[in-house]
Design a protein around this ligand. Structure first.
Ligand code: ATP
Ligand code: MG
Length: 340
């Protein structure tokens, strides 16, 4: 990587936002470097939009700072310099509710003018952006007739019409079908090839892992991981077993777990001191981490049966390593339920 690629373009320090007593974002630190795609991953309500709104100066933090590079120098975002610092960033934070009677061309002209994009190059720029999104032929059609995916693309187009170097997209793929999600994904990679720096939020793990160079995982307002996909997967060297018993522990969960541990521990293939077994009272599910080896998986089942436990369900959720880490860190399982 050359020096320019190491350069930090956005630095977020101890960012905190409270609504009343509730911390929507708490002590978040992260930085975004030139030319990279940082994925911002977290379940619903994790604090993604709130963080991005503070970056766009739409919300004021209670604590912490946001530093943005402009003309070679990192500067702290304040009310006074916000226009100057945010000029080079394109935001799509909330899907704009476009008035149905206008056309993409009219909308894009409006946003470009707001951002002071040179008028002489505007027609060409509108065509370029619409073409990149496969929307050129819809340029003069009324948005009222567009599908959700098409509207979303016009939202993305309006965020980047002034050709910013940094692009912040809040859940650009939410609500889109798999085909449209792939189009947006490909478009994001195209932007990266053009040298753009991208900060992208999603609760869709797959969408993030396909495009991001680094992934920041946020949960309940706190950043719980920030690393490359490879390094994160390295940390998630464990697999998960879920099992349910016909007779779940009533009350004395700790004793129950201690007993289970005595004979399962030698079979998990992971260090004793790690907290590898949990019981979720809400759905009566035991969650157990093991080394992922199928032999260990069958041995654990065998030993449970041998010890007289009646197994109602026993499964290894079909999930990638990152997904396991995500479950481990956030307590949100892959079917979307909240365990913790
Ligand atoms: N204006 C507000 N007043 C009170 N609470 C708020 C406000 N805005 C957000 N919150 C709360 O802050 C938390 C974080 O919300 P945020 O919208 O940042 O989450 P998110 O990660 O973007 O979630 P999603 O994936 O659902 O978009 C949520 O619990 C939300 O209810
Ligand atoms: Mg959101």
């Amino acid at each position: 990587m050359n020096k320019k690629n190491q350069e930090i373009l956005i630095q977020i320090k101890n960012l905190t936002k409270k609504f009343g007593d509730f911390y929507a974002v708490k002590g978040v630190n992260l930085e975004i470097k030139h030319g990279e795609i940082v994925g911002f991953l977290g379940p619903n309500g994790a604090g993604k939009t709130t963080t991005m709104k503070m970056m766009a100066y739409l919300l004021n933090p209670n604590e912490g700072e946001i530093w943005i590079r402009a003309n070679g120098e990192l500067k702290k975002l304040t009310r006074i310099n916000k226009d100057y610092l945010l000029d080079n960033i394109g935001f799509l934070i909330e899907i704009p509710a476009f008035y149905g009677k206008v056309t993409p061309k009219e909308i894009l002209k409006y946003f470009a003018k707001l951002k002071g994009y040179p008028r002489v190059r505007l027609d060409e720029r509108i065509d370029t952006v619409l073409n990149m999104l496969g929307m050129l032929k819809w340029k003069d059609k009324k948005i009222g007739t567009f599908s959700k995916g098409m509207r979303q693309k016009i939202g993305i187009a309006s965020a980047i019409i002034h050709d910013p170097d940094i692009i912040v997209l809040d859940e650009p793929q939410t609500g889109l079908d798999p085909g449209a999600r792939k189009e947006v994904r490909d478009f994001i990679l195209k932007l990266k090839k053009m040298g753009k720096t991208i900060f992208l939020s999603s609760h869709l793990l797959y969408e993030i892992s396909e495009v991001a160079d680094r992934i920041a995982i946020i949960n309940r307002g706190e950043l719980i991981a920030f690393d490359t996909l490879n390094n994160l997967e390295g940390k998630a060297k464990k697999s998960v077993i879920h099992f349910e018993l016909l007779n779940p522990p009533d009350g004395k969960v700790d004793d129950f777990i201690t007993q289970l541990k005595t004979f399962i521990a030698p079979l998990t293939g992971i260090a004793e001191e790690e907290n590898w077994i949990k019981y979720y009272d809400d759905n009566k599910v035991f969650q157990l981490f093991f080394n992922g080896n199928p032999k260990n998986q069958t041995d654990i089942l065998k030993v449970l049966l041998e010890n007289g436990y009646e197994i109602l369900e026993y499964s290894v959720p079909k999930a990638g390593l990152l997904e396991n880490l995500f479950i481990e860190l956030t307590g949100v399982n892959e079917i979307g339920g909240v365990y913790k």
